[in-house]
Design a protein around this ligand. Structure first.
Ligand SMILES: *[C@@H]1O[C@H](CO)[C@@H](O)[C@H](O)[C@H]1NC(C)=O
Ligand SMILES: *[C@@H]1O[C@H](CO)[C@@H](O)[C@H](O)[C@H]1NC(C)=O
Length: 365
């Protein structure tokens, strides 16, 4: 009797494990590239000042611990993972990312990086874009060893990819200091053109590495971040310079993605208009249940926009009321609203299609 009970349970467990493995293979993998808006904690493993691994970061995360996400709770990749029915992606540098967990995907993003290699040099050791792509190749070699090359190629081709980069090329490069090297080298329109041409190379490499569905976000309304209100604005108006940069950059990014799609002959790159999504909260915070879109929840100085968010900072009691968590990053609630638009937004937000449509299309092929 006893042995029978054991063998029944053992086979049940094996069956459950097999089902779980199948579910992981069936669920779509998710890969994330970019900067602090999407970093799930890679920088925790690096010698850099760009990190979010101490309180009050993570105060509303399920574990109530700082994870390296630049949010009070979940970030944009977390909400996308939830929508596609996956576990959150682990940071690529996490020692826990091995075995079957590799099949869920991986997060290669690193706070502080930009399109250009010289963006974020003040943060020292961070994973620049070309290195993130090198790691993606290395990841694929590890997955091939696990499930074979053919299956690996399928996993990567079927995956959803998110890339969020570009804001730091303005904030932490061109506009970092007056008369920065890049601002002496380029006029703003020429700098934007240069960024777009460098970004194009990155996306082509991503395509060559097998990515076939890539959500590409533009920059947000950078001039309206609490940091910029604190440093560049006298009456709480958004910084005109940075708004001009976003207004030049985003339409050219959109156009570049259209051209790339035409070149590869399919809708690989999805233009994700985070500028418009976030402008909605900024122009009418109350409509989204926020009490303010100017004042960061965590920080100090005007608009809580100066310096870093630390234990010593001001901290708002109700994080659902602030569109910004810290001087640069959206709150968990804002991230949730952004991902709702990614899922169901009209063509103004998601071009040529939203994520619901992508999921419906791809499940049929
Ligand atoms: C950035 O750095 C990488 C690695 O050092 C190099 O391969 C790449 O060409 C650089 N990109 C540019 C635009 O200089
Ligand atoms: C997604 O986009 C399509 C096309 O723009 C639109 O018709 C649809 O209502 C959007 N939402 C959902 C949930 O598909």
């Amino acid at each position: 009797m006893a042995t029978l009970a054991i063998s029944c349970c053992t086979s049940m467990i094996i069956l459950l494990l097999l089902l779980e493995l199948l579910a992981q293979v069936e669920a779509r993998a998710f890969f994330v590239f970019g900067d602090s808006l999407v970093d799930n904690g890679n920088n925790n493993y690096l010698a850099t000042t760009a990190r979010a691994d101490s309180p009050p970061y993570g105060i509303d995360y399920p574990t109530r611990r700082a994870t390296g996400r630049f949010s009070n709770g979940f970030n944009i990749p977390d909400f996308i993972s939830q929508q596609i029915g996956s576990q959150p992606t682990l940071p690529y540098l996490s020692p826990d990312l091995n075995g079957q967990r590799l099949l869920v995907g991986a997060n290669f993003a690193s706070a502080g990086i930009g399109i250009l290699n010289d963006t974020g040099i003040q943060f020292l050791n961070i994973i620049r874009m070309s290195r993130q792509l090198d790691y993606f190749l290395e990841y694929q070699q590890r997955v091939s060893a696990l499930i074979g090359r053919k299956q690996r190629r399928e996993l990567v081709n079927r995956a959803l990819v998110l890339i969020t980069v570009g804001g730091n090329d303005f904030v932490n490069n061109y506009y970092l200091v007056p008369n920065s090297a890049r601002s002496l080298q380029f006029s703003l329109p020429n700098y934007v053109e240069f960024l777009i041409s460098e970004y194009r190379k990155i996306l082509i490499r991503l395509y060559k590495l097998g990515a076939r569905r890539v959500l590409v976000t533009g920059t947000g309304p950078m001039g309206c971040a609490p940091a910029e209100l604190a440093m560049r604005s006298s009456n709480g108006e958004c910084s005109a310079e940075l708004q001009r940069a976003a207004a030049l950059y985003n339409p050219q990014l959109d156009q570049m993605l259209k051209d790339l799609n035409r070149k590869v002959g399919r809708d690989v790159f999805i233009s994700t208009n985070t500028q418009l999504m976030r402008n909605n909260f900024i122009t009418n915070p109350q409509a989204y249940g926020f009490s303010t879109s100017k004042i960061a929840c965590c920080g100090q100085g005007p608009y809580n926009g100066l310096g870093l968010c630390t234990r010593l900072s001001n901290l708002c009691p109700n994080r659902e009321l602030n569109a910004f968590w810290d001087a640069f990053h959206p709150s968990e609630k804002a991230n949730r609203l952004i991902v709702q638009q990614i899922m169901t937004g009209s063509a103004d937000y998601m071009n040529p299609m939203n994520l619901s449509t992508i999921m419906a299309l791809d499940s049929r092929t």
